[in-house]
Design a protein around this ligand. Sequence first.
Ligand SMILES: NCc1[nH]cc(CCC(=O)O)c1CC(=O)O
Length: 312
Amino acid sequence: MTDLPDPDRPLRIGTRGSPLALAQAQETKIRLMAAHGLPEAAFVIVPIKTTGDRVQDRSLSELGGKGLFTREIEDALLAGEIDIAVHSMKDMPTLQPGGLAITCYLPREDVRDAFVSLDARALGDLPPGAVVGTSSLRRRAQLRHRRPDLEVVEFRGNVQTRLRKLSEGVAEATFLAMAGLRRLGLPEIAKAPIPVDEMLPAVAQGAIGVEQRLDDAAVGALLARINDADTCHRLRAERALLAGLDGSCQTPIAGLATLSEGKLRLRAEILRPDGSECVAGETSGGIAEAEDLGAALAAELLGRAGPGFLAS
Ligand SMILES: NCc1[nH]cc(CCC(=O)O)c1CC(=O)O
């Protein structure tokens, strides 16, 4: 285990304890094993309960948005109780606590949202007035914008809980990230992946990031070998967009960067929470300008939306 920062003990990988989070930690472990020729025993996965996991009876936006699924894990990282932390980048605030940084991204999964229903095959199949469940401000606003006739109800919980709610008739359809379904080995639960032109995904959807202590050079070297550069460039643009707009998770924001032949294309939209208005735009440029693209598109959208748009 000579590649390990401390050859005398396994590398501790912190993660949430949900089935998806554990699958993501497992994927990180397998990539590190392959890149460094290390055995399974060189790693130990440490599940950590976060506020977002503990509190199930209130909406996420009510609880305070971003950071809910990461704070306790970052505390453990700062305290030296774990060596790295694996996160769904969609749930990460744009700024990390002092001393910590995300230095590694795994190759991005499917970025699309999935339409999930027991009967309907696609969003267009839902009759007027149908009830759909989601806890995401973005999906709620996008739905209200495109299908103002639908009724949206609050829907939380893991994949199994949501499927049970569908079978109990709480709602006729719900939405989940394709990435999560694929990583859980359950892609068939999606009736149809929704094209990104119909429902632009959340910033960083489908991306896994690995966080470390900035002063831990040995861990930095270990992670560098599995970093996916394309995902990193796309996330730089998307996270700069989010930072420019308001990373608080209290506002309906969608954004997606794609990368082709060295050129980034960044699309984004902001919506009024009631879906009455949507301001969308896009920009493109080289990977060296990733952060500038995000910041510029954020400023353009805010300018076109006018003061108070996101707050209303
Ligand atoms: N906000 C919860 C969350 N954070 C990341 C994912 C899915 C996996 C991903 O986007 O990487 C999900 C669930 C969902 O939106 O269905």
